[in-house]
Design a binder for this molecule. Structure first.
Ligand SMILES: *[C@@H]1O[C@H](CO)[C@@H](O)[C@H](O)[C@H]1NC(C)=O
Ligand SMILES: *[C@@H]1O[C@H](CO)[C@@H](O)[C@H](O)[C@H]1NC(C)=O
Ligand SMILES: *[C@@H]1O[C@H](CO)[C@@H](O)[C@H](O)[C@H]1NC(C)=O
Ligand SMILES: *[C@@H]1O[C@H](CO)[C@@H](O)[C@H](O)[C@H]1NC(C)=O
Length: 321
């Protein structure tokens, strides 16, 4: 239900390329007015740091790229495959945006030429999986977006090699579960989006996440959350658990959250769950009353039962408890 707007930036490079994207957009506007009248050409922006290239239909995908390319976007082409050597010859590439194609898989060697890659955006493609070693030279990769693909399961080995991951987006896939230790080596994560079809949030998945600030667990099918699931989250600014199947939560789940002054400062959302407002929620009630000011969508956070309380807001139930 909520998606807080936040800027994903890995480093200054992220900001620079954001700016250069704006610049590209400006170029596009200028070209639309007839100054650069070649719709078949990709937009190119050169700076002291290298070339940024942005291609969308009807432009032709370039056969070769300038050797100093640092930013490459090839989006909206409906491509199902890219040549194995597509990135050969651009060793400085830092950002690769391939969203809105229909990519089904990659050559195992696809990323080997670009060890400096920081951002890989694969939003809205048709990937059903990756494979062990795909990221073996991607130690610098800081943002990985796999949103809107066809992943039904995910194996930890697919992510081996990533050492700098800070933003991971697995949302809008068909993941019913995740391997328990999936994130154990990614202790620098700042944002994690797991909006999916997850049915269980186990004890261990989020165990060592000392830096995590934004956690999206909304739009899953979570009927339960393990009591210790949030124990390792000491810096969380925002938690979204909306649109799940939670009827109750175990005692102790909230103990680690909302404590320090800055904790959960950007709020939490537990709306649109079928809460059963009975004695089992006593722990949550106490926590809610103490953290009421950080709660989103109170009017959509209601009891589904028992009959006597059906329809009442959870907050009202908590306050009168
Ligand atoms: C080039 O890179 C440096 C260091 O990352 C950065 O400070 C500078 O703003 C960049 N220049 C451009 C035009 O992007
Ligand atoms: C990609 O597919 C969509 C939906 O089928 C279509 O509308 C669009 O024109 C296609 N784009 C290209 C570049 O073929
Ligand atoms: C974490 O890293 C260690 C050492 O590289 C490796 O053996 C282990 O399999 C990794 N865990 C996961 C879940 O990938
Ligand atoms: C709260 O939600 C109910 C329906 O669930 C609606 O009728 C009511 O207008 C809402 N109140 C506010 C203040 O939004």
């Amino acid at each position: 239900l909520i998606k807080l707007f936040f800027v994903i930036a890995c480093s200054l490079v992220g900001w620079d390329s954001h700016l250069s994207r704006i610049f590209l957009l400006l170029l596009f506007v200028v070209s639309a007015q007839g100054l650069t009248p070649n719709p078949e050409a990709c937009l190119v922006f050169s700076s002291v740091n290298g070339s940024s290239i942005s291609c969308q239909p009807p432009a032709q995908i370039p056969h070769s790229l300038p050797a100093d390319t640092i930013f490459l976007a090839v989006e909206f082409f409906n491509l199902t495959q890219l040549p194995a050597d597509f990135l050969q010859g651009v060793p400085n590439l830092q950002e690769l945006h391939l969203s809105s194609n229909r990519l089904e898989d990659f050559s195992p060697k696809f990323l080997l030429p670009v060890p400096q890659l920081k951002v890989l955006d694969l939003t809205r493609n048709s990937l059903t999986g990756l494979f062990p070693g795909f990221f073996r030279v991607s130690a610098a990769l800081c943002t990985l977006v796999l949103k809107g693909n066809q992943l039904k399961f995910l194996e930890a080995s697919w992510l081996h090699g990533l050492k700098a991951l800070r933003h991971l987006d697995l949302s809008e896939n068909q993941l019913h579960s995740l391997p328990p230790g999936l994130l154990e080596n990614f202790t620098d994560l700042l944002t994690l989006d797991l909006s999916n079809r997850l049915q269980v949030l186990g004890e261990g998945l989020l165990a060592p996440q000392p830096k995590l600030r934004y956690l999206f667990l909304n739009d899953n099918r979570l009927a339960s959350v393990a009591a210790g699931a949030f124990r390792g989250l000491q810096k969380l600014d925002m938690l979204d658990l909306s649109n799940n199947l939670l009827t109750t939560v175990p005692t102790g789940l909230w103990t680690s959250l909302g404590k320090a002054a800055r904790n959960l400062k950007d709020g939490f959302d537990i709306s649109n769950n079928p809460w059963i407002c009975d004695q089992n929620l006593a722990d949550l009630y106490r926590w809610l009353v103490a953290n009421e000011n950080k709660m989103f969508f109170r009017n959509h956070t209601r009891c589904a039962g028992p009959e006597a309380l059906k329809g009442q807001t959870l907050l009202a139930a908590a306050e009168s408890h």
